[in-house]
Design a protein around this ligand. Structure first.
Ligand code: ADP
Ligand code: ADP
Length: 216
């Protein structure tokens, strides 16, 4: 059986940061739907062109496009042992689709760590987030600063602030999360897969709690 983990939580709570650490520690692949969209935008694909207007407005990209993109990613051989899904699913329709996709391989989502933090903290984290243009590594001006401002510690590429991390777009993204993604909390709780993790703690402590959740 493969190990598919869904990281659930609002924008800015630390899913991407933690997914990268967990991927290293578990050997599972990190699959971020946001990174996949940004890669398509960078490569000027048709999908990227269609997705960009939704992303810039802080809206969700329509389910059919998102599901097809993630399905193709999961079908690649490096996901055979499982994956850490970050930012997907984000709607009940996506969660149902994921279930069907994994069932085709005789698998299912194993555990859903749900990372929480209050809204003010999310805004504070996103408004000072710096993202690496090569591989999406993330830093924070105060809480996880790069050694050299504007340069990624890991691959040396340039850091930039995402257009959708502007305060007004962030506030809208949080509303979209509450309306469209929060129903997944009870969806996975009812399946006995949800494990709550306090995302207000230090990055290292959140990692420890996540690793404990995965061992359960
Ligand atoms: P998400 O993928 O959930 O949107 P990120 O992992 O990109 O969140 O984190 C958002 C911002 O908050 C980044 O700037 C990151 O460095 C910072 N961050 C992540 N986790 C923590 C934490 N536990 N404490 C303080 N800052 C954090
Ligand atoms: P964050 O790290 O702040 O949570 P992401 O990088 O996951 O943000 O997503 C950025 C944007 O990409 C979202 O606001 C949305 O427009 C789009 N997106 C990412 N994942 C999905 C998804 N599963 N369904 C629909 N849209 C998505």
């Amino acid at each position: 059986m493969a190990t598919y983990i869904v990281l659930l939580g609002p924008p800015g709570v630390g899913k991407g940061t933690q997914a990268k650490v967990l991927a290293k520690q578990t050997g599972l692949v990190h699959v971020s739907s946001g990174d996949l969209f940004r890669e398509n935008i960078k490569n000027q694909t048709e999908l990227g062109r269609l997705a960009q207007s939704y992303i810039n407005k802080g809206e969700l990209v329509p389910d059919d496009m998102t599901i097809a993109m993630v399905k193709a990613r999961i079908a690649r051989p490096d996901c055979e042992m499982g994956a850490i899904l970050d930012g997907f699913p984000r709607t009940p329709a996506q969660a149902d689709a994921l279930r069907k996709i994994l069932a085709e391989f005789g698998d299912d989502v194993k555990v859903v760590p749900y990372i929480t933090a209050p809204e003010e903290m999310l805004v504070e984290r996103l408004s000072r987030r710096w993202t690496c243009c090569a591989q999406g590594h993330v830093f924070h001006e105060l809480y996880n600063p790069p050694q050299k401002a504007g340069v990624c510690d890991i691959d040396g590429s340039e850091l930039y602030q995402r257009d959708d991390d502007k305060a007004e777009t962030v506030k809208h993204r949080i509303q979209v999360y509450l309306k469209q993604t929060a129903p997944l909390i009870s969806y996975y709780r009812e399946q006995g897969k949800l494990v709550e993790v306090d995302g207000t703690q230090s990055i290292e402590q959140v990692t420890q709690d996540l690793l404990a959740a995965l061992r359960q």
